[in-house]
Design a protein around this ligand. Sequence first.
Ligand code: SAH
Ligand code: DHB
Ligand code: MG
Length: 224
Amino acid sequence: MEQANFDAVDHYIAQLLAPEDSALRAVEPSLTEAGIPQMSVSANQGKFLQLLALLCRAERILELGTLGGYSTIWMARALPEGGRLVSLEADPGYAEVAWKNIVAAGLSEKVEIRVGKALELLPQLEAENAGPFDLVFIDADKPPYTEYFQFALRLSRPGTLIVADNVIRNGQVLDAQTTDAKVAGVQRFNAMLASEPAVEATILQMVGSKEWDGMALAVVKKPT
Ligand code: SAH
Ligand code: DHB
Ligand code: MG
């Protein structure tokens, strides 16, 4: 009953304020066709990320976990002329599908996908002095979220916004006895956020067409 209401209201909001154009609508079937699991953010979450990018006046965005490029497209559309989004994706097949979607969205000039494991690509970005990024969206595999966050901090400046998806996991974060590595990864991440002096942070729990979950938001106070 509740889930049906959450779905209906999510749909209502999306219809009003997060309508998909043909490029965004094409992402879901492109994943299905390639046999890739559907783990994209919802339309309203994509629009939320776009608003955050606008709020940050983001000119440089870093994303961890591209999948089919759905969140990438929402965020890259907030970039001004000359703005850049770098998205890291471990799976070359996913990156190929995402790239087609990004080209179809007319964003090939603004977006770069780097293929590889984030823990290998992040030190490269650091070595290249690719930062500071204005917005970082962490949405790759969950066990190393804490390590991803530490890299994000080193690629930040005071005022950078770091967002992390999937930090509530259907409320499973409350289960201290969990044996699920994804849940344990976000539990460790959330605890680190609470004690990390470099940021001020909160978590928004989210309901809607996706399962009950949440995003952490952290604003960098001090450079690291
Ligand atoms: N941000 C996307 C969804 C990402 S799903 C959207 O909302 O549209 C998570 C993605 O992280 C998957 O594509 C997965 O292949 C990728 N991933 C998993 N482990 C990774 C790693 N170690 N490094 C980089 N990407 C990884
Ligand atoms: C999973 C990953 C995601 O990024 C997401 O939004 C939902 C689920 C997963 O790995 O289970
Ligand atoms: Mg996610």
